[in-house]
Design a protein around this ligand. Sequence first.
Ligand SMILES: [Zn+2]
Length: 77
Amino acid sequence: MKNLKCDVCNKDITTAINQRSYFHMANRDLCEACHDQMEFIVKPVVRTKQPFNYEWYDRLVRDSIEKAIAKGKWETR
Ligand SMILES: [Zn+2]
C-alpha cells in the first residue's frame, strides 16, 4: 500500500483510508483533522459569496490548503 501522509500535518494516514478519514483535495492529501480545519476556515468565507461560484470555491480551498502547508499549520483569517 502507498505510504500516505497528510500534506499539512505530516500525520501518517495510510491505515485510515478505509475509515473515511482521508481526503484528497486540490491535489493534496488531508487527514480528517486537517479537512475539518479547512472547512472551519473556508465556510465563513463561502457564506459571504453570493452567488456561489464553484471555480472560486475550488481556488479558495486550494489557497487555504497551500497556505496551511507553507505555514505548517491552519490559520483563521
Ligand atoms: Zn493533517
